[in-house]
Each structure stands twice: as C-alpha cells, then as structure tokens.
Design a protein around this ligand. Structure first.
Ligand SMILES: [Zn+2]
Length: 152
C-alpha cells in the first residue's frame, strides 16, 4: 500500500516524530522516538458511502534504544512505564554485546526528558523547527513542504 513517511512535530513533546501516512485510505501512524508517543488511525469498517476509523493514542514516557555489536537493533517506545521496568532496562546496559555509543534510555515525564543511560544523538534534542531547518540545510527543500526528511 502506498504511504508517505516523513518527520512531523510530535504532539506530545514537540520534537521530531515520524508519520507514516497512507494517503489513499487516510490511515496514519505517528510514532516519536524521542518521547515514545504513538498514534494509530486505522480503518474499522467501510461501506461504499463511508469509512469508519479506529484511533489509538499512547502518551510517551520515554524511549529505549538498544543497539548490539552484532548489528541488531531494538527500539521500544515506553508508555505507562514503571520504575521497575526502567531498572530492568538500565540493567541491560551491563552487557558486553551492547554498543554503548549508540544505545540509550531516556524517560519522559511531565514534559521533562531525563537521560538515564547512554547518549542520544544530536537530533534527539532538537525541537521540531530546529530539526526541520537542519534537515533542509542538509538535504535541500523537500518536494512537498511538509515532507521533512527522517533522520535518527
Ligand atoms: Zn514526542
């Protein structure tokens, strides 16, 4: 199915999130690898006259990006994360197979980001407007204004 993927301002944290927009069906998926927000709008049912959509939304509580030295990659968007889970994620950094340069664990609560482990990339910290300017400076103007390139 045809979709456009590009960066958008996260409605939760205001940094850069990713949208996967199925423009033919109007279905949309938004996920934020900064705060963990995610949103899905999918078709519930349709007739010839109308389409009914399902909407699901999860407030972000942070992200956990785990990169291993063998090249495997895991990303988890945290929703309703507990202290106990965070402790468990922190513990997974104590592993020789983990690429500590690329892995990170960040919590997001009440509008505040806290880096618990690792070093998020520079783009992680940028508010969406600053991110957009950086992408346009790097890649040039997108074909359509709203199609801001995605970069980790
Ligand atoms: Zn966000």
């Amino acid at each position: 199915m045809a979709s456009n993927m590009y960066a958008v301002k996260c409605p939760c944290c205001g940094r850069s999130a990713i949208i996967d927009d199925y423009y033919k069906t109007n279905e949309q998926f938004i996920y934020c690898l900064r705060c963990g927000y995610n949103y899905a709008k999918t078709i519930k049912s349709y007739t010839d006259q109308s389409i009914e959509y399902n909407e699901e939304k999860y407030e972000g509580n942070g992200v956990f990006i785990l990169v291993k030295k063998d090249g495997s990659y895991e990303n988890m968007m945290l929703n309703n994360v507990t202290e106990k889970q965070l402790e468990k994620y922190k513990a997974s950094f104590i592993d020789d197979n983990v690429d500590l340069e690329k892995s990170y664990l960040v919590s997001y609560k009440n509008g505040v980001f806290t880096i618990l482990r690792g070093n998020p990339p520079e783009n992680f910290h940028l508010p969406f407007e600053a991110y957009r300017k950086k992408m346009i400076a790097k890649y040039g103007n997108p074909e359509f204004d709203f199609m801001v390139p995605i970069e980790e």
